[in-house]
Design a protein around this ligand. Structure first.
Ligand SMILES: [Zn+2]
Length: 383
């Protein structure tokens, strides 16, 4: 039986990365109440890699206890793939020692708490989905080093058992032998066409063409390349930055058409620094996608992610509250069933509301990005 304390329930979220891990205390509403970071010991066996995380979890548990929170479980998100039971990571490129390691079992034994394990982009979608409760089919495209993709249908994450086949981010967009080879062995997957690596190659090509560009001048003065820098220059109308966004828009538009045809998402959430660093650039990108895609304008609402990097930590925690709820519901079921049987059935009232899909007007003037997009042909097989 659960003993609820005065502050209510919370979960602890862990996001391990190649250099550091983030640990957070998250409440039922998805608020991060406390967070810590701990260094990752790279290149060690799994148990040694996990030891700093374990200490950080212990610290967080002690904090939660002093604040009066009941901890309903541990949520872990990993960059990579999971096995079919979602109880252990299958491939973790940034932390190879965790690949195949029975992570849930290890943490359950250590802390005696339920553990929920997710791929990071799936966790982020669970968090972002809170803002789209009216939509049944949500597609999340998150662009950081590579494009990650996740799909939520009727409130359930669509998970694939194997490492590559069926994964939304390995959607083949180009035909032919050109382009960077993906980790799955193929060429032309969307996650390689608009990766950070691909963007840097676009910028390098512009450098070789010796184009007049404020972005190139700033990089020439050894300013570090960042999503913010690229978005800032695009918003100022820099030629090369706009070319980069036009290419992102073309590939994303081509991918979106396929996603719509196959999955019919009602909402497509775009996340990650490159796509959301600037509101004006996002608006131009959305207009370009709506112009480019033959179906997007009427079929899908394109919105920016709202939670940024916090989405992964929040989303990894949220399912633990449902588990807590469902275990309570099971315990309460016999009583509720009896009550229901005693109640006289009443007619059901259906409540409908219109979807708010009217916000994106495609025809409101030609943006710089849409112009750039329309002026170039979609290149095939040469990312
Ligand atoms: Zn691939």
């Amino acid at each position: 039986m659960t003993t609820e304390t005065s502050a209510g329930s919370a979960a602890i979220s862990i996001e391990p990365g190649g250099r550091k891990a983030s640990i957070a205390l998250v409440d039922r509403q998805g608020n991060i109440l406390q967070r810590e970071e701990t260094k990752t010991l790279w290149g060690r066996p799994a148990s040694a890699t996990l030891e700093p995380y374990v200490r950080a979890i212990e610290t967080m548990l002690a904090f939660a206890a002093t604040e009066g929170y009941h901890i309903c479980g541990l949520g872990v998100s990993i960059p990579g793939t999971l096995d079919a039971t979602a109880s252990r990571p299958l491939i973790v490129p940034t932390l190879p020692s965790l690949s195949g390691f029975p992570l849930c079992e290890f943490l359950q034994t250590r802390f005696g708490l339920p553990v929920s394990l997710h791929v990071d982009v799936d966790a982020a979608l669970l968090a972002e989905a809170q803002f789209h409760s009216g939509a049944k089919r949500l597609l999340f495209l998150n662009m950081n080093a590579v494009l990650g993709a996740a799909l939520l249908l009727d409130g359930r994450l669509q998970r694939m058992d194997g490492p590559y086949l069926g994964h939304t981010c390995h959607l083949p967009v180009t035909v032919g032998a050109g382009g960077t080879r993906c980790g799955c062995g193929k060429r032309g997957c969307i996650n390689t066409l608009i990766s950070l690596d691909a963007i840097q190659k676009m910028v390098q090509r512009a450098q070789r063409r010796d184009e007049e560009s404020s972005l190139l001048q700033r990089l020439g003065r050894r300013e570090a390349f960042s999503p913010q820098l690229l978005a800032e220059e695009a918003a100022r109308g820099d030629r090369v930055a706009l070319q980069v966004y036009a290419e992102i828009g073309r590939w994303l538009g081509a991918a979106l058409d396929k996603y719509i045809a196959l999955l019919a998402p009602e909402v497509c959430i775009l996340g990650g620094g490159i796509l959301t660093a600037s509101e004006s650039v996002f608006d131009q990108l959305r207009a370009a996608l709506l112009t480019q895609s033959s179906q997007a304008g009427e079929a899908v609402e394109i919105v920016p992610a709202r939670l940024g990097d916090d989405a992964v930590l929040i989303g990894a925690a949220l399912p633990l509250f449902s588990t807590e709820l469902s275990s309570r519901t099971k315990a309460e079921q016999p009583v509720q069933q009896k009550r229901r049987q005693q109640q006289k059935r009443r007619p059901r009232i259906a409540l409908h509301h219109a979807d708010d899909l009217s916000g994106d007007e495609v025809g409101l003037g030609a943006s710089l990005l849409a112009d750039a997009l329309q002026s170039q042909q979609l290149r095939q097989g040469n990312a």
